[in-house]
Write a protein that binds this ligand. Structure first.
Ligand SMILES: Cc1ncc(C[n+]2csc(CCOP(=O)(O)OP(=O)(O)O)c2C)c(N)n1
Ligand SMILES: [Mg+2]
Length: 354
């Protein structure tokens, strides 16, 4: 019998959720600083206003580190889910800074990495394709009779791609235990969602494929946790593919290069008032689940974790150019015919032809 305060969550779990929210925000804020200092290679994609969607959803799944748990395919705006699945903060910073010590040894950026033991399937860039990949992974769970589910995040813009629809249809027909998280943040770059789809809620699309769905306030972490818990229960018990729509707002531009001057300032202000961290803090204090000083310590801890992880990653090297051909098809260094002939491995140039 747990001491449930709400939604079956006890105080420790509620504070873990709070930590997850503030950790995500602190990590992304630190990334912005690192980028201004010139350390980041590529864009910085913030999830400001969307943190509760990623954290609440991942918290509802079975997270293991020995390859036996549920699987997650996050987007760049779902870093909080990645952290909950055991993605290390230091690896997150390494990826953004192209460090050779990172999971992809500097080959890929941000959340694009895989850890099969932890159930992390980093995304590939063409939008929509991870639905197909995760349909395949979760089909294997069903075929083997395992009680596991997969979760794939995608933006509202991505839901207009062919791959998204094809993957969803396959998953629905095959009753794959897959949960599609629609990050309905109302923008895809500078295209408003109403110029991208005629439906008012993505649950209407779910109905078209005959799958279960729910639409939830994506700024309310407890509501997200509850909705995803229900979806996971249905998927785990033979109910097939499910969708959960997270309603919230992309409060910053697509990435830091986007000044967002196409956004109505009043609309933005309205969503600033619905900040997921502020809302959860108010609720925690109002319900007496914890004191302000406890929350303060958690915020300090999250900031310190980010500071230490970033400091470590900053000191580490970027890869030598030769890394680019390592770990692709084989760990032997191969000079492809199209590789520059003046590189240091010139003598290996015929390795492919053996
Ligand atoms: C098939 C495909 N088309 C275009 C792109 C370029 N692209 C990257 S992110 C993005 C916008 C995505 O919008 P949305 O899915 O709503 O996610 P958000 O950025 O709002 O989180 C686009 C068009 C891509 N990666 N893949
Ligand atoms: Mg979007």
């Amino acid at each position: 019998m747990t001491n449930s305060l709400i939604a079956g969550l006890d105080q420790t779990q509620l504070l873990a959720l709070y930590h997850s929210l503030v950790l995500t925000r602190a990590a992304e804020e630190r990334l912005e600083v690192l980028q201004k200092q010139g350390y980041v290679t590529g864009g910085v994609y913030r999830s400001l206003g969307q943190e509760a969607g990623a954290a609440g959803a991942a918290f509802a799944l079975n997270r293991q580190t020995d390859g036996t748990g549920d699987f997650l395919a996050p987007t760049v705006r779902a870093a909080g889910a990645l952290f909950l699945f055991g993605g290390e903060l230091v690896d997150f910073f390494r990826q953004y800074m192209g460090r050779v010590t990172g999971p992809t040894r500097g080959k890929e950026a941000n959340v694009h990495w895989v850890d099969l033991q932890k159930g992390i399937i980093g995304p590939v860039s063409p939008l929509g394709t991870m639905v197909e990949i995760m349909a395949g992974i979760t089909l294997s769970f069903r075929v083997r009779g395992e009680s596991r589910v997969g979760m794939v995040f995608y933006g509202d813009g991505a839901s207009s791609t062919g791959a998204w629809h094809e993957g969803l249809n396959f998953s629905a027909v095959q009753r794959c235990p897959l949960i599609l998280m629609v990050e309905a943040n109302q923008w895809a770059f500078s295209t408003a969602t109403n110029k991208n789809t005629r439906v008012h809620s993505f649950t209407e699309k779910a109905a078209g494929y005959g799958i279960g769905s729910e639409s939830v306030d994506g700024t309310d972490i407890v509501a997200v946790f509850e909705a995803v818990s229900r979806a996971a229960k249905r998927a785990r018990s033979g109910g097939g593919t499910q969708m959960v729509e997270l309603r919230y707002y992309r409060r910053l531009g697509h990435a830091q290069h986007d000044s967002q001057d196409y956004v109505d300032p009043d609309e933005l202000a309205m969503w600033e008032d619905r900040d997921p961290i502020d809302l959860f803090e108010h609720r925690i204090l109002e319900e007496n689940w914890a004191t302000e000083s406890v929350l303060h310590k958690i915020r300090r801890r999250a900031e310190e974790e980010c500071r230490l992880a970033a400091e470590q990653a900053v000191q580490e090297p970027v890869p030598d150019g030769r890394e680019a051909v390592k770990g692709i098809y084989t760990d032997t260094i191969i000079q492809h015919p199209w590789t520059r002939a003046d590189g240091p491995n010139r003598s290996h140039s015929n390795e492919l032809n053996r």
